[in-house]
Design a binder for this molecule. Structure first.
Ligand code: NAD
Length: 357
């Protein structure tokens, strides 16, 4: 596939990425490099232990640990954490965890202007983007703002070793979704396309090994490399049907983020494949299938990713409502969106059937 484009524009945020097993131990140096003297460590309640470990390593540079992060970044959680951050006189935010911990850090950075260091423990990719999703009164909205981009990312494969295999598979499909939709983005560029293809290859190469041996540090490292590349695609180009639909199911029906992405991806990509066959050809090639949707569906089965929305709590009666919400606010997509098509897509994803297209 020729990825040369005659015209394009792209922005690259100024950020430092440090990669390697054990890299979290360099956190004190990284904090010093940012001029921090009172860094606050953010985590979810479940991963407070990890937050405490990092605060211990920071020693006198640590102002404390706030284990308050929640999925989808509720604004009331941010408001309470903001009071604590101000009371602690923090001058740097350190997020350890998945998109939830990093989301809280970004929301606090937006309100304080503090620099951030992110240590991701999933493949969601939020650390690589200037994008923040926040939830207020049950509605999730997204903003793009350079202030929310972490200044430093420490990718430490030892931190993802403990990620359970079901979350590993779902989170990997979440990352692959950024790459797959990036391939047909209206504002795509040849660099984002290279990153997308390389990111998908990293997951294809490493995930079978991770599934056999979740402790394999080299394979875990390659999956983190994939997460970084796919997250960078998300940072550079706009998303379409797949992210919109995942957003609707998460925001309006409370379905879990990574699992929803994992289940929808083969279906949304199959829906769009007829409109942009050449742009999606790399998906079929990387995952070795006759069509992009079927290749992703087979890959999801091989890595034991979830495949049916009914298995993660979606009710059959909500299919039509979800389709209506998804079409309620117009947005760009390579294939025209219509109610029957989206409802059919959702029904196949609900049942766990193969993609229709
Ligand atoms: P998450 O941070 O809630 O983590 C998912 C699950 O993995 C949780 O159950 C968590 O406890 C578990 N987990 C995380 N690290 C672990 C570890 N090392 N060991 C064991 N278990 C671990 O969710 P996520 O899927 O990483 O991210 C989803 C959130 O991030 C959503 O709110 C989504 O909107 C946001 N997000 C934002 C962007 C962006 O660019 N703004 C990009 C992707 C995701």
């Amino acid at each position: 596939m020729d990825i040369f484009q005659q015209e394009f524009a792209l922005s690259q945020p100024a950020l430092r990425v440090s990669f390697g097993p054990g890299r979290r131990r360099t956190l004190p140096e990284e904090a010093e490099r940012l001029g921090a003297q009172r860094a606050v460590v953010l985590s979810t309640p479940r991963h407070e232990g990890l937050g405490q470990e990092l605060a211990g390593a920071l020693g006198p540079l640590a102002a404390g640990v706030l284990p308050r992060a929640q999925m989808h970044t509720p604004v009331e959680v941010t408001a309470a954490a903001l009071d604590d951050v101000l009371a602690m006189r923090a001058d740097c935010l350190v997020a350890v965890g998945g998109g939830s911990a990093i989301g809280l850090s970004k929301a606090l950075a937006l309100r304080t202007g503090l620099p951030q260091i992110a240590l991701p423990t999933t493949y969601a990719g939020s650390e690589a983007t200037p994008v923040l999703g926040q939830t207020k009164e049950g509605r999730k909205t997204t903003i793009t703002d350079a202030r929310v981009q972490p200044a430093v990312i420490l990718y430490d494969a030892e931190l993802v070793r403990a990620l359970p295999l079901p979350i590993t598979a779902a989170s990997a499909m979440n990352a692959i979704a950024h790459a797959a939709e990036g391939l047909y983005a209206r504002d795509r560029n040849p660099i984002a396309t290279l990153l997308a293809i390389e990111g998908m290859k990293a997951f294809r190469n490493a995930l079978p090994t991770v599934c056999r041996d979740p402790q394999d540090l080299e394979a875990r490292g390659e999956t983190l490399y994939g997460a970084w590349l796919c997250g960078t695609v998300l940072a550079q180009v706009g998303m379409a049907l797949h992210h919109k639909l995942s957003h609707v199911l998460g925001g309006s029906f409370g379905l879990p983020h990574a699992e929803t992405h994992a289940i929808l991806l083969p279906h949304t990509i199959a829906y769009n494949a007829g409109a942009v066959p050449e742009l999606l050809q790399p998906v079929a090639e990387v995952f070795d299938g006759d069509s992009p949707g079927k290749a992703l569906h087979d890959f999801a089965r091989r890595i034991n990713a979830p495949r049916a929305l009914r298995d993660i709590g979606m009710k059959e009666k909500d299919i039509m409502t979800a389709a209506e919400i998804a079409l309620g606010s117009p947005y760009w997509n390579p294939r025209e969106l219509n109610l029957q098509g989206i409802a059919a897509l959702l029904r196949a994803a609900w049942s766990g059937d193969a993609p229709l297209w």
